[in-house]
Write a protein that binds this ligand. Structure first.
Ligand SMILES: CC(C)[C@H](C(=O)O)[C@@H](O)C(=O)O
Ligand code: SF4
Length: 416
């Protein structure tokens, strides 16, 4: 699929290992990178965006602004958008990847570049999404093109049905464990999952691909999944039956139990049952990995009629304003609020430790995000565990790492 998309976007058929100069369908710039991007554009390249409608700036990583310098950078991003005509998604609209998907700025067969490593997320709809730094992003915005080496592909085939309580996040963490944190460096992970998984679940899978070092993560469209969302899937985008891969991995989902990534590498994956009982100070439900409506529903299902343990705090941040609206309308946020959650403005929140919930030395956090590196969410001596929204919610109720099924047991607190 990677070869096919990059061939279509260039002037000739290209194969893994070759360099390709290709047209870019959408360039995404996040707030944290906006200042460098603008500097490259205006000072180094003395250029304006070639196709302003193909450039989006999203104010999401530290939004609303936390310091004067962050506020200044965001002000410059707004002014830049106003003078060049590029799209601006300002404070509260949500996390870049979620917003671009909602706005249909990633489509099957497209090439989408983002100034953010989790731009692999667009592979959920069979778009080749990849992250680049400010200089490459500026060159793409100025010229409408980019160049890259066509990646080799790894085929990951998911078979079997998930057991109740096991989610796409668990499948994604297991995939990263099997591949390893650098197991797919600069490769394209092509995920064959048939007609399993919603668009949001496909985003979770494609999002985590970069945690194996992948250049892109492409989920093969299956059944009616994407057409049901109104996407037009070109026939050419599907992998050829005889396609060659550098590696093939089969994962049987039917044996999978809820998984958790322990500090401080994403591939340090265990069954939640093995880690059960560890005292947790903060639980964070949100991010581009698991901050969608279905994720909030999964959390609300566990938290309905229950309370967050008094020794633990629960932060819930919807991935976008659209998610927030829907969760307000259907009562999900009321359920979470009544359970004791602290609700935040749509955006990245504390995911990368810049604001809205950084951790103190020695604190432990269970997060639905995608990274648990040392210092990721605050102090270097804080620890981050990654899990699904259902496990995160159960953990918030118990104040300790827990599975939803543990909540029925008595006595609840201090028992583990
Ligand atoms: C700020 C941004 C550049 C960074 C990334 O590239 O991924 C962030 O989103 C992250 O998750 O660490
Ligand atoms: S939610 Fe987290 S992982 Fe996703 S883009 Fe924001 S900081 Fe990066």
């Amino acid at each position: 699929m990677a070869e096919k998309i990059l061939s279509r976007r260039g002037i000739r058929t290209v194969y893994a290992g070759e360099l390709a100069v290709v047209d870019v369908d959408q360039v995404m710039v996040v707030d944290s990178i906006a200042q460098s991007f603008i500097g490259r554009m205006e000072e180094d390249l003395a250029a304006t965006p070639k196709f302003p409608e193909r450039v989006s700036i999203v104010v999401d990583h530290v939004a609303p602004a936390s310091t004067v310098s962050v506020a200044q950078a965001q002000k410059e991003a707004r002014e830049y958008a106003a003078r060049t005509g590029v799209r601006l998604f300002d404070v509260g609209r949500g996390i870049c990847h979620q917003v671009l998907m909602e706005e249909r700025l990633a489509q099957p067969g497209w090439l989408v570049l983002g100034s953010d490593s989790h731009s692999t997320t667009y592979g959920a709809v069979a778009a080749f999404g990849t992250g680049m730094g400010a200089t490459d992003i500026a060159l793409a915005a100025a010229s409408g093109k980019t160049w890259l080496r066509v990646p080799e592909s790894v085929k990951v085939t998911l078979t079997g049905d998930l057991q109740p309580g096991v989610t796409a996040k668990d499948a994604a963490l297991e995939m990263i464990r099997v591949l390893g944190a650098d197991g797919a460096t600069y490769q394209s992970i092509e995920i064959h999952a048939g007609d399993r998984f919603t668009r949001g679940e496909r985003m979770t899978l494609a999002n985590l691909c970069v945690e194996a070092g992948a250049k892109a993560g492409l989920v093969v469209p299956g059944g009616e999944i994407l057409t049901d969302y109104g996407y037009d899937i070109p026939d050419w985008v599907y992998p050829d039956p005889g396609a060659e891969y550098v590696r093939e991995v089969d994962l049987d989902l039917s044996n999978l139990r809820p998984r958790m990534s322990a500090p401080s590498e994403v591939d340090n994956v265990h069954d939640v049952a093995e880690l059960r009982g560890l005292k947790v100070d903060q639980v964070f439900i949100g991010t581009c990995t698991n901050g969608r409506l279905e994720d909030l529903h999964a959390a609300a299902k566990v938290l309905r009629g229950r309370r967050v343990d008094p020794s633990t705090r629960l932060l819930v941040i919807p991935a976008s304003s659209q998610v927030m609206e829907q969760a307000l309308e259907d009562g999900t946020l009321l359920t979470l609020q009544r359970a004791g959650a602290a609700l935040g403005t749509p955006g990245c929140g504390p995911c990368m430790g810049r604001h809205q919930g950084v951790l103190a030395p020695g604190e432990v956090c269970v997060s639905t995000s995608n990274r648990n590196f040392i210092g990721r969410m605050g102090d270097k001596d804080a620890q981050v565990y990654l899990a699904s929204p259902a496990v995160a919610a159960a953990t918030a109720v118990m104040g300790r790492i827990a599975l939803p099924e543990d909540l029925g047991r008595e006595p609840v607190r201090g028992a583990v």
